[in-house]
Design a protein around this ligand. Structure first.
Ligand SMILES: Nc1ncnc2c1ncn2[C@@H]1O[C@H](COP(=O)(O)OP(=O)(O)O)[C@@H](O)[C@H]1O
Ligand SMILES: [Mg+2]
Length: 371
């Protein structure tokens, strides 16, 4: 989008000189308070609304040079409350566009069934009508319908805003999974900054008057909001939330205080640690104890403090590692491999130092200094 402005006939400036470069095969989120021009922006992309000024290019070509029907076929569109046809069954709703494109009934229905599975819907729902489905299920049908003709672009306008938080999380996870499989170019509108940060590869924060406040990756938004508006919009716990984007792989683990349940008296005494993490014969965590409370060769688990939730370095973020340490009865987080076997432990203090180091690195990166 190159300096795109939309002024409605009554003079309202819904979008004001918006320039955005939307990367291919990733999710770009437009986020901002109600009335800041998100829907208008999205609708200019498929020409349901025409810009007053500026140009929108798709693969380098001005979208005004493409026939509208052609353009819209290349763009699936999903809206809040799914917008399903109430008098058509689920399978017919999903098959709408393929049928319009002249596919045979059988092929269109097969495609619909395949898509139901893709979006996590049981195919036994195929012959129902929309009102016979929950809000979350209807929303999944909306996504399936938008994907039916396999368009390269998906436009999604607050698709999950009307469902409850638990269902919503399921829909978000499903969208990320589908996106990983299909690699669409998605422009996703929401007023929910947490949703934006979770789903977006890039996030455009819009403010009242349809002006772009910041366009950045979620990690960058959280670490360096452009101004007070963006900072307020991001809300509380910005520092903690930013840790979600930092890997835990570099944490230095120690194994001195990790002992098997049949450890000898010497082994128990040797570590010098205040707490020992006791493991079972497979190396899985059993719990914590002070060395003085342990009887060599026979450590009974009912005397142990619970091990706490473990984290997997390499997969989990620093946020998860910190959470594990905070919840641990000893303040030490337990690291495990994919099979749940202990690979070491790390203290809250060591995690704190890793966070400081990561922030310092971030600052030098932003300053353009070589690490
Ligand atoms: N058809 C229209 N005519 C006049 N003003 C409109 C029209 N559609 C939207 N607007 C106004 O444009 C602004 C942006 O609207 P919209 O793009 O729907 O915002 P959002 O999706 O971020 O809530 C609002 O002030 C809204 O009232
Ligand atoms: Mg809107």
């Amino acid at each position: 989008m190159d300096s795109v402005t939309k002024r409605y006939p009554d003079g309202t400036v819904a979008v004001d000189r918006l320039s955005l470069d939307v990367p291919d095969r990733s999710i770009t989120v437009l986020v901002g308070p109600s009335g800041c021009g998100k829907t208008t922006t999205l609708r200019m992309i498929n020409r349901m609304v025409e810009p007053t000024e500026g140009t929108i290019l798709l693969d380098g070509e001005d979208i005004r040079r493409r026939p509208v029907t052609d353009l819209r076929r290349s763009m699936g569109y999903v809206i809040q409350n799914a917008g399903l046809f109430p008098h058509r069954t689920i399978v017919d709703n999903i098959a709408t566009v393929p049928r319009m494109l002249g596919w045979g009934r059988r092929r269109a229905r097969e495609r619909a069934a395949e898509l139901m599975e893709r979006v996590g819907l049981d195919t036994s729902l195929a012959e129902r009508y929309p009102y016979q489905l929950s809000g979350g299920q209807q929303q999944r049908v909306g996504v399936a319908r938008a994907l039916a003709a396999d368009p390269p672009v998906l436009l999604m306008d607050e698709p999950f805003s009307a469902v409850d938080p638990v269902v919503r999380k399921g829909l978000q996870d499903e969208l990320l999974r589908i996106q990983e499989e299909l690699g669409k170019t998605i422009v996703f509108v929401t007023h929910d900054i947490d949703e934006a940060v979770k789903l977006g590869t890039m996030v455009a924060v819009l403010r009242e008057g349809g002006r772009l406040a910041q366009y950045a990756s979620p990690a960058e938004l959280l670490s360096a909001p452009a101004d007070g508006f963006v900072e307020d919009f991001l809300g509380a716990d910005r520092g903690i939330r930013r840790l979600s984007f930092l890997p835990s792989a570099a944490l230095e683990l120690t194994t001195d205080a990790v002992v098997p349940a049949d450890a000898s008296a010497e082994r128990i005494a040797a570590s010098g640690a205040r707490y020992l993490l006791v493991t079972d014969p497979d190396g899985r965590p059993l719990g914590w104890a002070e060395p003085g409370e342990l009887i060599a060769g026979d450590i009974s688990t009912d005397r142990l403090l619970p091990p706490g939730r473990p984290f997997v370095p390499g997969t989990d973020s620093l946020r998860v590692a910190l959470d594990c340490a905070v919840l641990s009865p000893t303040g030490w987080a337990v690291a495990v491999d994919a099979g749940g076997r202990v690979t070491g432990i790390v203290s809250q203090q060591a995690i704190g130092e890793a966070i400081r180091a990561a922030h310092a690195r971030g600052r030098t990166d932003q300053a353009g200094v070589a690490p």
